[in-house]
Design a protein around this ligand. Structure first.
Ligand code: 26W
Length: 801
């Protein structure tokens, strides 16, 4: 149905009539969108079935990526591109008077994630399918994804997100594959035929119903599966309030938890984690059993990946299945579990390391708790045997301690592989945060530097640049082999080529400028430098440093109209976790600064500040291609990797960053002259943190630029914001500026000046931009996934052999 334009048009019109009983003339855009979605699903169904058959019959190992987040965004154009039918569809619709661009806007983003971790999972799915690897995602079908952000009076207001309001065209409900997940109740144990048998009595069970999404690889027959579980009532308990039971049950897949360190939904969150793990493992074991192999070979056929600690409960759950349901003894079950599981750590921030109070964990998951206790006892004994007398070590490493279950130790002890997500991050895990575990299991620790799918973030998001690359290096091989982007290096001294690069960036900036105008009413100058910071709002990411620096530029311009070497447009996008008070104040501050700057004739034509509401995947796709500067300014050592940094680089923006996360590897690739670095190094930050010696007040007193902007937070500089920024002021001066904002201020300001000077030399700037694009192939998630496949999961392409 996609082989030629007339054929497509025909099929489209027929399908539309059949699905909606309406003529084309009468149809709405939503109906047209749904029609196209269904056509694509039908089109891939035979490949989907074939892929599944291949996996079922073949002796090949499967990998399952368990993640509490999958930040997919929209799928329409992505699927069209991967199927190689974008052109036919675009033309066919065009002839019918429909613009694909507009149809695309109908689709709601599947926003089932907070940020980097969830988007990484989505990029990985695309790479797995595109590389013909047998890898599937397992997640939760949240009714509401990450909240929709509105800015009201400069403050963030959260609205429930409604992506399922009109249904999700890509999903298929699989009622027959539903499984039950038990909570609460008691465990009865008794001897049966010489074996201890456990029964879960009086449990409250929840039905987990899977919804499957096809994951379509790029120009391949492989169609993998993302399975999202929906929580529904199963057996209504006798004598219970039916409505309450229904509500409690459904609440398990109702909301994605925002990354919120102080929330009271702890029980619900742990319920979600067990819900995801128990239903996924049940399905995985069921499908393994169809192969009629011995369970002792389980790990030769199945690899299960734990994406951060949220699914770490897979360790005791797999043990439970192997022992209680399949009758294996502890030793065999443990060997299989460890060889099956692998774990990625995504953060070293202490507040994000999960711990569950026993008083919650034990009653909610009674059998699982028993198994965790046993794992802990055996593990502590091993440590004690290796380090006799070292109680301190046992206490720091224990899985259960101080009335809490610690999920990172559980994941490390129960996995054969533990990885960080960028070189620096892995070194910090090995030498600092997880050093005791590294000493104990040195062979388990390894690095897998993150990546992004260049198919979404370059091919789809930036058609202008993709077209230029294809023309320049003679064909679109680079889409399958992104390392080939390096061939662009030959154009470094080709000024005609560089000018084309400039024109593309300019066109992208104009497109974004139009969106900014539509959304905010702010007119930005497309000749100015587009300087962008888009990411979750968090103190360690230091949006505050950025905005304080803008205040400084404003002050400087008020004193001297010539103070700024080159006009700038600062663009922000960020959501703050709903309970994160400080982060919300920073959003307010950015908006106040924007108001002040954008309405002052003194800075007109020189400085603009834009806060784009409701940052999400689809908005990100408009932003990255239009950026000149990528702000990656986290306090060194705090950002595990960053992946936005890679998306900017791939689209030819220059990084302004600290030596943190993957910025370190970006620097190694592009060379010191093609990146703007500033600030403390990770070593210096960690040294300050351990040995003291930093006094933010000194920087306040000794740098009048700093004193100027910090005072403006509280001295009435912003009209009608009395006391609004007291907390920010206190964080900086009263609490000694934990994230070294003032310490790095001077160095940051200097780097900004260097940027302006560089931008004045257009040819040199374009050369830098070219080098960034050319070297970005390394950051394709295809490279990352090949490393996971070869070194951790030991899976191979299902089509080979
Ligand atoms: C408390 C539970 C919790 C804690 C943290 C939930 C969610 C989070 C974050 C949102 C985790 C996250 O997104 N981490 C990011 O992972 C990316 C992919 O590896 C990295 O590039 C980022 O540096 C890291 O912050």
């Amino acid at each position: 149905m996609f082989s030629s334009v007339p054929q497509f048009k025909n099929a489209f019109l027929k399908k539309l009539e059949m699905m909606f009983g309406t003529s084309f003339e009468e149809s709405t855009s939503r109906e047209q969108f749904q029609t196209l979605g269904h056509m694509i699903r039908e089109h891939v169904s035979s490949d989907w079935i074939k892929t599944n058959e291949l996996y079922r019959a073949g002796a090949k190992k499967q990998v399952y990526y368990l993640s509490i987040e999958f930040l997919l965004g929209r799928l329409l154009r992505h699927n069209l591109i991967n199927l190689g039918v974008e052109k036919v569809v675009c033309e066919g619709l065009g002839e019918l008077g429909i613009e694909l661009d507009q149809l695309e806007e109908i689709e709601a983003d599947a926003g089932l994630g907070n940020g980097g971790l969830g988007r990484l999972a989505a990029c990985f799915l695309d790479s797995l399918a595109s590389l013909d690897l047998p890898g599937h995602g397992c997640g939760i079908r949240y009714k509401h994804g990450l909240f929709e952000q509105k800015i009201v009076d400069g403050y963030q207001v959260e609205l429930p997100e409604q992506w399922l309001r009109h249904g999700h065209v890509w999903e298929i409900r699989k009622t027959d594959d539903a499984v039950e997940v038990p909570f609460w109740g008691e465990i009865e144990s008794r001897m049966e035929n010489g074996r201890l048998v456990f029964r879960h009595l009086n449990a409250e069970t929840i039905m987990a119903v899977p919804y499957d999404l096809p994951v379509i690889g790029y120009e391949t027959q492989t169609v993998n599966t993302l399975r999202l579980w929906n929580a529904e009532p199963s057996r209504f308990p006798a004598n219970a309030d039916i409505f309450k039971y229904k509500k409690d049950t459904e609440s398990v897949s109702e909301f994605l938890y925002p990354d919120d360190t102080h929330d009271d939904g702890k029980i619900l969150r742990l319920k979600q984690q067990y819900f995801l793990v128990a239903s996924s493992l049940k399905a995985i074991v069921n499908s393994f059993k169809k192969k009629n192999k011995s369970l002792l070979e389980f790990h030769d056929y199945v690899s299960i990946h734990i994406n951060d600690t949220h699914p770490a409960i897979a360790v005791p759950e797999l043990m439970r299945i192997l022992m209680d349901e399949e009758g294996l003894g502890w030793g065999d079950a443990w060997d299989i579990t460890v060889q099956t599981l692998s774990y990625t750590n995504h953060t070293t921030l202490a507040e994000a390391l999960e711990r569950w109070p026993i008083r919650i964990f034990k009653p909610l998951l009674p059998r699982i708790f028993m198994i965790v206790e046993e794992i802990n006892e055996r593990f502590c004994k091993q440590v004690w045997e290796q380090y006799p007398g070292d109680w301190g070590r046992v206490e720091s490493m224990a899985i259960i301690a101080h009335d809490e279950v610690r999920m990172a130790p559980l994941a490390i002890v129960g996995s054969h592989s533990v990885n960080g997500v960028a070189q620096l991050h892995t070194e910090i895990l090995k030498n600092r945060e997880m050093n005791l575990f590294y000493q104990f299991y040195p062979e388990r620790f390894n690095n897998k530097t993150n990546g992004i799918t260049h198919r979404r973030w370059l091919l789809k998001a930036n058609p202008g640049l993709s077209g230029l690359i294809t023309d320049a290096i003679g064909g679109s091989d680079w889409v399958s082999s992104p390392q080939k982007l390096e061939e662009l290096m030959r154009f470094k001294d080709d000024s005609a080529f560089l000018e084309k690069l400039h024109d593309i960036k300019q066109a992208n900036k104009e497109r974004l400028a139009k969106r900014i105008l539509d959304k905010t009413g702010i007119q930005v100058d497309t000749e100015s430098i587009f300087d962008v910071q888009v990411k979750r709002l968090h103190a360690y990411k230091r949006q505050l440093l950025n905005v304080l620096h803008i205040m400084h530029l404003y002050n400087a311009l008020k004193k001297d109209p010539e103070a700024l070497l080159y006009p700038r447009t600062f663009i922000f996008g960020a959501k703050a976790s709903p309970g994160y008070y400080f982060a919300k104040k920073v959003i307010k501050l950015i908006n106040c600064v924007a108001d002040k700057v954008n309405n002052d004739p003194a800075t007109n034509g020189k400085l603009k500040v834009v806060f784009l509401e409701n940052y999400r995947v689809s908005l990100a796709e408009d932003i990255f291609p239009a950026a000149d500067i990528s702000e990656q300014i986290s306090t060194a050592s705090k950002e595990a990797s960053g992946t936005g940094n890679m998306k900017f680089m791939m689209n030819g923006a220059m990084t302004l960053g600290t030596l943190d996360g993957a910025n370190v590897e970006i620097t190694d690739l592009v060379g010191r002259e093609n990146i703007f670095l500033f600030g403390l190094t990770a070593e210096e930050v960690l040294d300050y943190q351990h040995n003291g010696g930093y006094h933010s007040l000194e920087y306040y007193h000794h740098d009048e630029r700093i004193r100027g902007v910090v005072d403006q937070l509280v001295n009435g500089f912003f009209p009608d914001t009395e006391n609004h920024f007291n907390e920010i002021y206190d964080t900086l001066l009263g609490h000694n500026d934990q994230y070294f904002v003032l310490r790095d201020f001077a160095s940051y300001a200097e780097a900004h000046q260097e940027i302006s000077r560089s931008y004045l030399d257009r040819n040199a700037w374009l050369q830098k931009s070219l080098v960034n694009i050319a070297k970005s192939g390394y950051f394709s998630s295809d490279r990352t996934i090949m490393e996971y496949a070869d070194q951790i999961w030991k899976v191979q392409s299902a089509l080979k052999v």
